[in-house]
Structures are given as C-alpha cells and as structure tokens.
Design a protein around this ligand. Structure first.
Ligand SMILES: Nc1ncnc2c1ncn2[C@@H]1O[C@H](COP(=O)(O)OP(=O)(O)OP(=O)(O)O)[C@@H](O)[C@H]1O
Length: 686
C-alpha cells in the first residue's frame, strides 16, 4: 500500500511545482494552499532547491532565500532535508524579526518608551476606575517606606491572616482598614502603584540615557516582558517589529531588507499573525513599486488553522493579489481516509491519492460503555487495539488523540497538577480554554510565562540526569552574562555533585521541597544562584522561595487566595516530570497519547481519535459540526465556533496513514451517528 505512484498524477504534481517555480522566476508572490498530507513541506524544500539552482533569482550580491518556520522543530526538519547552504537562511519568525530590528536601537528605544507610556496609562485607568478604595493617597504614600515594600513582597504569597499580621507594623489608620476590608484589592493596588512608580522611573532613566537604559533586548527564553529591565518577549517583539518596519522605517531600510532576501517563504502561513503578514505585505508592495526582484511565497492550509492568533483564511484579505496555487494530491493516507477528510473540509480542495495502490485502509468507529472512569476505559481500548495490530512496534505507528486535558493528564500521570491549574482564578470562566495553550502546548512560545519557568526547571533537571548532555548546554543555564569571570572545570564539577545530591534527596519530594533545597545551596554557590535567576527571570543576590511564589501568585491571579498557589507548590515533583515528558513526547508506544492540537504536523499508521463533545465549557463542541456538516443557517459567531470544531477534527483525522478509528461513548453516539456515517465512518469493534 502507498508504494505505486500514478505517473499521470506525478506529471501533474510536477506541473504544480513548475507553477511555483514560474512565480519565483517572475517575482510573482503566491500562496500555495494544499490539504493535509499534500507534501507542503516537500514542495517548500523543492522550491528552495530551485532558487539555489537558478541563476536568475538570487541576482543581487549576497542576496539570500529566507525560509520562515513556525517552530524550532520545523526549522530543524527543514535544515535536515536541505542540508547546510550559505544562501538559505532558515529561521523562526521571532528570530527573523529580531534580526531585522535589533540594529535599529534608536527606533527600538522609541517604541519601547511608547509601550511603557501605554502601560502606564493602563495602570492609571485601572487605579482611577477602582472607586471602592476609600484612601488612595494613604496607600500611595506607603510606597515612600522601603521597609514596607520589602515586607509587602516577603508576605505577598501568604494567606490573609498572616499577611495582615505582617503588614500591621507598616500600615496604619484608614489604610489598615482598607487592607482588612479588601485584602485582594489592597495587594493588587499596591502592586499597580509599585509598577507605576517603576515605569515612571524607567522613563526618566531612558530620557536621561542612564547606564543600562540605552538599549532594549529581545529575550527568547521567556514568555513575558520585563519593560523596566529593558527586555521584551515574543508577542511584544512582533508588535515592535510591526511598528518599526511598517510605520517608522524609511525606504532605504526597506531596500536593505529586500536586497538581502530576494525570496521569503513562510511555512504554515495559516498560523502566522496579522502583524507579520502586514510587514510582509508592506515589503512586497515596496518591491513591486520599485520593480525589485522579490517574491513572497506562503505555504499552508487555511483549514488547519487551529490557533486563534493565526491569520487563517484571512490571508487573501490582508495580503491581496497573491497568485493562488492549489494542490489536490495526497501523499500520506489511504483512499478511505482521504475520502473522509475531504468530506470534513468540504471545500474547493478535494484530494485524491497520488498512489494507485492507496485502497485498503479503514475508517471506523467503535463504541465504549459510559464507565465512571473514562480514562481507564480509554487505556483498555488502547491496549486492546495495540494487541490486535501486531505490527505496531514504533512510536510513529500508533497514536491516541484526546481532546480534553482531564483524561490525558490522568493517563499520563499529572492529574493532580492539572486539577490544581484548573482551580486557578486565571482559568475561570471563558479563560478555561487557555489551559490548552498555556499549559499543554508543545510549543514553548505558547506556554504561560510561569509554566514555562517550571518547564525549564524540569528540562534542566532532565538534562543533568542525561549523561549525553553537552557541557555547553549546562553552561548556558548557569553562566551569568554580566559576570566576566571564567567558569572553571572545578566549579562545574562541584555544581554537578551538588545537583545530583539534591536529585537523590528529592525523588519523593514536593516542588516546594525541591526548590528549597536548590535555594539553600544557592546561598553559597554562585552557579546554583545563576541557574535559579536564569530559569525564573530573577535578578537578585539572595533568592527566597517567596520570589518564585510571588511570581506564581501574579501569574495565576491568586492575590485573593494564595492557598491555591500553595497547593501547586505542594504537588509531587513527579507530577511535573510526567507533564514535561508528555509535552516533549518522551513516552513509550502504548503511552503515545496526544491532544488533538499537539498532533498537528505529525502522522501515524494507526490512529485512535477519542471523541469528546465537551470542550472549553462548550457542551456541544463537535456535535454542532457533526449535526450540521454543511454549516447551514449559522450566525457569524456560531459559524466561527462551527469552523473551529471542523478545523480541529480535520487536523486530528488527517494524521492517519492507514487506519483511523474514532472511539465514541455510548451516550454520545445517538446525536452524531448520522453525521459520522455521512463522513464515511463505519461501526466495528476493536
Ligand atoms: N514528492 C514526494 N515524494 C515522496 N514522498 C513525499 C513527497 N512529498 C511528500 N511526501 C511524504 O508525504 C507525507 C506528507 O507530506 P508532508 O508532511 O510534507 O505534508 P504536509 O502537506 O506538510 O501535511 P500536513 O499539512 O498534514 O502537516 C510525508 O510522509 C512526506 O514524507
């Protein structure tokens, strides 16, 4: 199966590549839109090879082809496929944007300053809107006492009675009444006032060109800005780049970019943000107006847009006049699966297999009883399935996709951690959905900033336990850039010994105990101190557990109820390790469980898709699609939700190469049975 190519289709596939090549020869920007498994990555690599072999495209001195991928993993895959070549730059969107603007320090300072002013305005509005506070001036005057501020942060993550007791010495009169009456708000207000004071100070430092305030930096390891420390993270990077290139840049600057890169390819364009598309469009318009040799090629599939920040099907609107090139062949899946995924997407792209021997796959559904413990029944189904398919031996031969975190976290051994996250005020109400990206994304850039700190801590722990980790990697965590002293072998050896000792003592520990051990050693050992500073974004000589807890209180919005943060810190370190292993897919074959979202870009011979209809507090997440496949009679907002469900189901089902099986609970079946049969699923027991 999937071995004999149809020569006529192959000829046609080549003519599609010729169409792309023709665009490259004539500087016509284009959008190559093709369904799942069409070989978009392959076409992109072919396009790059064509550019390198052509004498007509990279004509300016030193001009290069640029290929922008969405993640580091995609970047590495592309590099593996193409090999090293000086004329091709393969990079992620963030690294590329930073490359473009990092030498524009005066403009960067200007937009950074504007951002601080806008943050200050937001704080002022927030403070003004809080009409309930009866003594705003008294609270503001507390900031004049540095001892108060010190005690405030030391006590920040304590519970209400302890916090009030610690504040008693510094807060009197009306301010103390306010603290007792509105505990959470008191903390939030003081926090905002301190921020306001710090921003105001930073503005003055920038204006006076104080040391340390003449340059702004992008930090790719954090998911959070620290505007006062003059660094910013991914989202702000795109915002700054957009302002600098689209609004502030001169023609000379635009010409420099266009001279340097005659061709820009964007992989998975549907996930690109509007900010980035605006920059690309502006460069394209500029080059066309001046008649420069310059092409932009977008590669992707608008139906596979499952992250809400992406441009999705709005590309044509935001970057008009692109030549549309579509491809209708599928190189991944059996005929049966292609039939089903065509019906799910139900648009102009109706795929057929490029192979003559594509039939023989299966598209089925099986019914499971509504057991109390659904996770257990999924595990059982998985085991039975693997037993029955004796040819499943490798990780890419089987996966089981789940929609919801609950079941998945239980199976993968981090349920208590998930329960603690779910309980955080940050994820209440509509924000519940954010857990999927901020806690469970396999792309670090999407993780919530505090959760990325914890992931990096566990990553470091795992790296230290792996004998193959290069010393250079360890040094990148423990070296302080500001410290010019050399790291000696002796220092590293001692660090290693201490770390392993802590590891051995912490096997059954909680996160809090583990951190406390590290913190204790950090008081004497500079490398451990550097490690904690680098992981948690701290800039302190002496680190306390409160520094890390305070960050959690802010991130999880627990000012009012710090107990929830304690629950998080009292979880077993094993819960965090299992979460980490799940995100990095360090699991065995029969543990190859993924969320629908994280399966994007992957492929498996055999795929179990666990049907679930409750997602992000929506109780008819997939049934709204499966009971209305044509999307008829929907209001604008309902249509958006319908499309979101359709796209996610498409991404999930199109990961299968040979056998696709949907597992459905008995109680869910009735509502959707007509829909799934219309899509080509037939009933079969496992
Ligand atoms: N020209 C080709 N010759 C042989 N195999 C190919 C070719 N193009 C693609 N493939 C194979 O087909 C499969 C699908 O290709 P690829 O992953 O590039 O598709 P895609 O369009 O990026 O899919 P998706 O959008 O679903 O992630 C892969 O296994 C890939 O190796």
């Amino acid at each position: 199966m999937l071995a004999k190519e149809n020569q006529e289709y192959i000829k046609d596939e080549r003519s599609i590549q010729d169409e792309i090549n023709n665009c490259l020869d004539n500087s016509v920007s284009f959008c190559f839109n093709a369904g799942a498994g069409a070989g978009k990555t392959y076409a992109l690599v072919e396009s790059l090879k064509y550019v390198l072999n052509s004498k007509k495209i990279l004509t300016y001195a030193n001009s290069k082809a640029l290929c922008i991928t969405y993640t580091n993993a995609a970047k590495n895959e592309m590099r593996d496929r193409l090999g090293n070549n000086e004329q091709v730059v393969i990079t992620t969107i963030h690294d590329f944007m930073w490359e473009l603007i990092k030498r524009q320090q005066p403009l960067l300072l200007k937009v950074h300053r504007e951002k601080i002013v806008s943050e200050l305005n937001k704080i002022n509005t927030l403070l003004e809107e809080d009409k309930k506070c009866e003594c705003p001036d008294e609270l503001e005057s507390l900031l004049d006492n540095p001892e108060f501020i010190e005690q405030f942060y030391k006590s920040y993550s304590l519970n209400k009675p302890e916090f009030i007791a610690n504040m008693q010495e510094y807060v009197q009169g009306e301010a103390f009444e306010e603290l007792k009456k509105r505990f959470g708000n008191f903390k939030a207000r003081i926090n905002s006032l301190i921020k306001k004071k710090n921003y105001t100070q930073t503005l003055s430092n920038i204006d006076n060109k104080e040391t340390g305030f003449t340059k702004v930096k992008y930090k790719s390891t954090y998911n959070r800005d620290n505007l006062n420390k003059m660094y910013f993270s991914h989202d702000t990077l795109l915002e700054y780049a957009n302002k600098i290139i689209v609004t502030e840049s001169t023609d000379i600057y635009k010409k420099m970019i266009v001279d340097k890169y005659s061709v820009i390819f964007i992989d998975e364009y549907q996930d690109t943000t509007e900010d980035v598309v605006m920059i690309l469009k502006m460069l394209d318009d500029f080059a066309k107006k001046k008649n420069y040799n310059f092409t932009i090629g977008y590669y992707g599939d608008d139906v596979q847009n499952i992250f809400n920040k992406g441009i999705g099907d709005k590309l044509g609107e935001k970057h008009p006049n692109l030549k549309q090139i579509n491809k209708k062949y599928n190189r991944r899946s059996s005929e049966e699966i292609i039939g089903t995924i065509n019906k799910i997407r139900n648009d102009k792209i109706v795929q057929k297999s490029i192979y003559e021997d594509a039939s023989g796959g299966t598209v089925t559904y099986c019914i499971v009883k509504d057991e109390d413990n659904f996770s257990e029944s999924i595990q059982k189904v998985t085991e039975d399935y693997i037993k029955k398919h004796k040819n499943i031996n490798q990780v890419d031969e089987f996966a089981c996709l789940l929609l919801k975190h609950e079941g998945l976290s239980e199976i993968q051994g981090f349920k208590e951690l998930f329960d603690s996250i779910k309980d955080m005020p940050k994820y209440k109400g509509d924000n519940y959905k954010q857990i999927n990206t901020e806690f469970l994304s396999n792309n670090d850039k999407n993780l919530g900033y505090f959760l990325l700190y914890i992931k990096n801590l566990i990553r470091f722990k795992q790296l230290m336990l792996d004998k193959n980790t290069p010393i250079k990697t360890i040094i990148s965590y423990v070296k302080d850039d500001k410290d010019s002293r050399k790291l000696t072998f002796l220092m590293l050896r001692k660090f290693n010994e201490q770390f392993i000792k802590i590891e051995n003592e912490s096997k059954e520990s909680t996160l809090s105990e583990y951190l406390e051990r590290l913190i204790k050693v950090s008081k004497e050992e500079i490398l451990v101190k550097n490690l904690l500073c680098s992981i948690f974004g701290l800039d302190k000589e002496i680190i306390e557990l409160e520094d890390i807890k305070n960050s959690a209180v802010n991130f999880f919005k627990c000012e009012d109820n710090t107990e929830k943060v304690n629950v998080f810190f009292y979880l077993s370190i094993k819960q965090f390790v299992n979460w980490y292993k799940h995100l990095t897919r360090e699991m065995s074959i029969n543990m190859n469980y993924l969320t629908y979202h994280n399966s994007k870009g992957l492929e498996f011979d055999n795929l179990l898709v666990i049907y679930d209809n409750i997602f992000a507090r929506d109780k008819s997440y997939f049934s709204k699609f499966l009971t209305n496949l044509e999307g008829e009679g929907l209001s604008e907002s309902k249509e958006e939700k319908w499309r979101e469900a359709r796209n996610l189901l498409y991404v999930a089902c199109s990961r299968a190469r040979k056998n696709l099986c949907m597992v459905i609970k008995e109680s869910d079946l009735h509502e959707i049975s007509e829909g799934i049969r219309a899509l080509g699923f037939s009933e079969k027991s496992i």
